[in-house]
Design a protein. Structure first.
Length: 571
């Protein structure tokens, strides 16, 4: 019988991300996917918040627009020596053992089995792992979360073809000097758009790569019944939106109203969906775990579905690595590690739900007057360059809205639980790279960030504290140590002959120093990297998912932090 540490059921974004993150840590996994081909009709088409940060960390910066509808993640899995994807493999059974599970699946017309230490259900809200295995045996179900929203919407995926003077010679805008690309930009504008009453609440926008010209269009249909025709309703909604009487600057067309050629609109999918917000009452049972839509679902107002699944995977991957590399860990300690993960993820789902429903208030026309005023003032102030530079980021940016989770895997008494910032950094002999890169280590889990220039004395002190704590090296070791020197200038570098890790000392790269081909977000600053650690921070233990485990102001406090870390994994 085959044997592998982790079996992942479902090759959606959450399952594929988990496999890649485990591979980064040298943990082998097998992803079993029932379907033979990837869908060209995705349900989730938007990435929000720090899910993008995770995918950049995996090296997918240039492929972000393809996530969710092309095989970018699958291609990365196939290139990995640690992660295998088998399509056409339908999971049909599961046998629980004392030290793992046996998974029964059908592949190529044959019944097969594989033994694993952990099984992760990433197979969607109707997937077999929860519906067939965990609901009957452990009473794990999806329940209403923070809100009881449940409404029917018609959701459509469209593929747009460019009209040209050759294919549509009578189209009026050619005489106005329009190109096919300009026509597309006028009728199918960039970004996402939300419309609230009067009229039906609507969410629509581009997705995928620009050259593929995909468009998602969703609108509320609360009185839906099966006698209605979803495609007919869609065209009733689309025709007014595809009719223009002015160009981008508001200049009226002499010919009056112009309709975009409807034969250039291909409807890939159009059908009703009942959108709800639900989350499981328990995230794991023994050695079977749920992530992604198998664990939670959202209405379409916040783009949180794929993103939450990716966050589930990011928080779970390093924990599974710890559990697999600590063969003598007690069942109680293992349960505590997964419980802390589930509490943190429930907090994350709740935070995402608040954002989703705030957007839903806008779309459905129920926004409170106070929120409307605050949003309007923020928007107006954002148009002033001097003011914009000091405004806090909007709610969907990085750590905004993130909260510490009670009983999470961190030390709250030592400023743990917050999210570390990401900036551009550089070593004395490297090009600029993103600071999250230093959170990945081949043989250990956590990063111990030392604030200051590297010195042998400081390095020996930290190594001594790690040794005295007697923590398994797969959790923290000398390989974990990274020095961060905030004040060094790029043109005054001294060669460092001894390094505690492959990075040695890293230095911040300011906006004016970043190479032109690197993307810089509006408001980029190196300040949050230290500010989020707190005043007087000298040492910070940071998890692979960028959550701060603890912060210490001196060596004595660091010793206490390491003792607290050990207690978290030996209970």
């Amino acid at each position: 019988m085959e044997s592998i540490p982790v079996v992942i059921v479902g090759a959606g974004p959450a399952g594929l991300t988990l496999g890649l993150l485990l591979a980064e840590r040298g943990i082998r996994s097998l992803i079993l996917e029932k379907e033979l081909e990837i869908t060209d009709d995705p349900r989730g088409v938007y990435l929000a918040g720090d899910a993008v940060r995770t995918l950049w960390h995996l090296g997918l910066r240039d492929n972000i627009s393809e996530i969710g509808y092309q095989s970018t993640l699958r291609s990365r899995v196939r290139q990995s020596q640690y992660c295998e994807l088998r399509c056409g493999a339908e999971v049909v059974g599961r046998q629980e053992l004392e030290d793992g599970l046996i998974v029964d699946f059908k592949s190529g017309g044959q019944n097969r089995q594989i033994k694993c230490s952990w099984m992760v259900g990433a197979d969607g809200k109707r997937g077999v792992v929860r519906k067939k295995f965990l609901e009957p045996t452990a009473n794990i179900v999806q329940e209403v979360g923070l809100c009881s929203y449940s409404e029917t919407w018609v959701a459509a995926n469209l593929k747009i073809r460019l009209p040209t003077p050759e294919t549509h010679p009578d189209f009026a805008l050619w005489k106005a000097g329009f190109t096919p690309e300009r026509v597309y930009d006028l009728f199918w504008p960039n970004d996402w758009h939300f419309s609230s009453p009067p009229g039906k609440p609507t969410a629509c926008g581009r997705f995928g790569a620009l050259q593929d010209r995909y468009w998602r269009h969703e609108f509320a249909e609360p009185d839906w019944d099966d006698s209605k025709d979803a495609t007919e309703l869609l065209w009733q909604e689309l025709r007014p939106l595809l009719t223009r009487d002015a160009d981008e600057k508001g200049h009226r067309f002499p010919s009056g109203k112009i309709l975009f050629p409807t034969d250039c609109v291909e409807i890939i999918r159009c059908r009703p969906f009942t959108f709800a917000q639900k989350v499981v009452n328990k995230w794991f049972h023994r050695r079977t775990i749920l992530i992604g839509d198998a664990a939670h679902v959202f209405p379409p107002f916040g783009g949180q579905g794929i993103s939450c699944g990716i966050r589930d995977a990011e928080g779970l991957a390093w924990r599974l690595s710890v559990l697999l590399r600590l063969p003598f860990i007690s069942p109680t300690a293992a349960n505590n590690i997964l419980t802390a993960w589930s509490l943190e993820r429930r907090q994350g789902v709740d935070d995402s739900t608040r954002l989703t429903m705030a957007n839903g208030d806008l779309v459905n026309g129920t926004e409170a007057w106070s929120k409307y005023c605050m949003r309007t003032v923020y928007t107006l102030l954002s148009t002033i360059p001097l003011v914009r530079s000091v405004l806090p980021p909007p709610p969907n940016m990085d750590a905004a809205g993130y909260k510490r989770t009670s009983q999470g895997f961190f030390l709250a008494d030592y400023n743990g639980g917050g999210k570390s910032a990401q900036i551009h950094v550089q070593t004395e002999n490297s090009a600029c790279f993103l600071s999250d890169q230093v959170l990945s280590h081949k043989n250990t889990t956590l990063t111990l960030l030392v604030i200051g220039q590297y010195s042998t004395e400081e390095s020996d002190t930290v190594k001594g504290l790690i040794k005295a704590a007697d923590i398994h090296p797969s959790i923290i070791s000398a390989e974990s140590i990274v020095f961060y020197c905030p004040k060094r200038k790029l043109d005054t570098v001294d060669s460092i002959s001894k390094k505690p890790s492959e990075y040695g000392t890293i230095f911040p790269v300011r906006e004016t120093e970043v190479q032109q081909d690197d993307a810089i977000l509006q408001g980029y600053s190196i300040r949050p990297y230290l500010d989020r650690l707190g005043k007087g921070a000298k040492y910070a233990v940071i998890r692979p998912d960028a959550i701060i485990f603890s912060v210490a102001k001196n060596a004595a406090e660091l010793g206490h932090c390491l003792e607290g870390l050990k207690a978290k994994v030996v209970q």
